[in-house]
Design a protein around this ligand. Structure first.
Ligand code: SF4
Length: 254
């Protein structure tokens, strides 16, 4: 993704005044107010983010770039700003905007752990669906299952990101996200609820994961790559897999 495209995913407005601050599980949570929520977006027509920051803290997160617009003293994954007036602001915006497809969410995971407490993403999704918008949901959290009741029978596509089939590596790679098994369970239940489902995986993330695992555990590598191939061949394009493995083999041989 180019820098300009990345910027279009973010709300680049001024940092908001902090109304309250506390810590949950080592993550600094700040309650703030926003002036607008729904942005025009390169993925779909719109996107929104009820949170600035993401408690999933993925090591490869592109949203780290948004620290340029919303600087924080804490590292990425160690802070979340909660836009507590998000549903009220969104309700005002949807009265003025033509319905379209909303990518949910573009610069955070809308179902990161703090959403369990605030339920802002849920309330915004409900509001959008009631106003005739479509949703493209992308998450790494099992918490999204809570909201299948408002998604079922509506124009919602639900995707999960899976970058590795290896649970121990996922804990390092995506420390605050749900387990890989839980993400697959999300797909299963979403499909059973009649939703269109999708699995997203990045060739670059997958390849880096393979290389790091191969470097740290070379003795386990021969067995692991076969296992990975079996699990991933249904999730990624064969051409990408072939390229990833060719690079991997070249790296091992050098
Ligand atoms: S879940 Fe997405 S937004 Fe959150 S840290 Fe991971 S990559 Fe970034």
């Amino acid at each position: 993704m180019m820098a300009g495209e990345q910027q279009s995913l973010f709300d680049t407005g001024q940092p908001a005044d902090v109304l309250g601050e506390f810590s949950v599980g080592g993550v600094i949570v700040r309650e703030v107010r926003c002036r607008s929520l729904l942005n025009r977006c390169g993925i779909g027509d719109y996107s929104f983010n009820c949170y600035v920051g993401c408690g999933h803290g993925c090591g490869y997160c592109y949203a780290r770039f948004m620290q340029r617009f919303h600087p924080h003293a804490e590292a990425w994954g160690a802070f979340v700003d909660v836009r507590i007036n998000a549903p009220a602001v969104l309700a005002r915006q949807v009265r003025r905007l033509p319905p379209g497809c909303v990518f949910t969410c573009s610069a955070c995971d809308g179902w990161q752990p703090i959403e369990e407490r605030y339920r802002l993403t849920r309330r915004c999704c409900e509001l959008l669906l009631n106003a005739g918008f479509e949703l493209t949901v992308l998450t790494k959290s099992r918490l999204v299952l809570r909201d299948l009741d408002i998604f079922a029978g509506r124009p919602v596509q639900l995707g999960v990101t899976i970058t590795t089939p290896d649970e121990s590596w996922a804990r390092v790679w995506e420390p605050g996200a749900s387990s890989v098994a839980d993400r697959i369970e999300v797909l299963r239940q979403a499909k059973a609820a009649g939703l269109r489902t999708e699995t997203y995986t990045s060739q670059a993330d997958f390849l880096v994961g393979l290389l790091q695992r191969a470097a740290s555990e070379p003795e386990a590598f021969d067995g692991w790559d076969a296992q990975a191939l079996r699990q991933f061949k249904t999730l990624t394009h064969p051409e990408h897999l072939g390229r990833a493995f060719r690079v991997l083999v070249q790296t091992r041989a050098s």
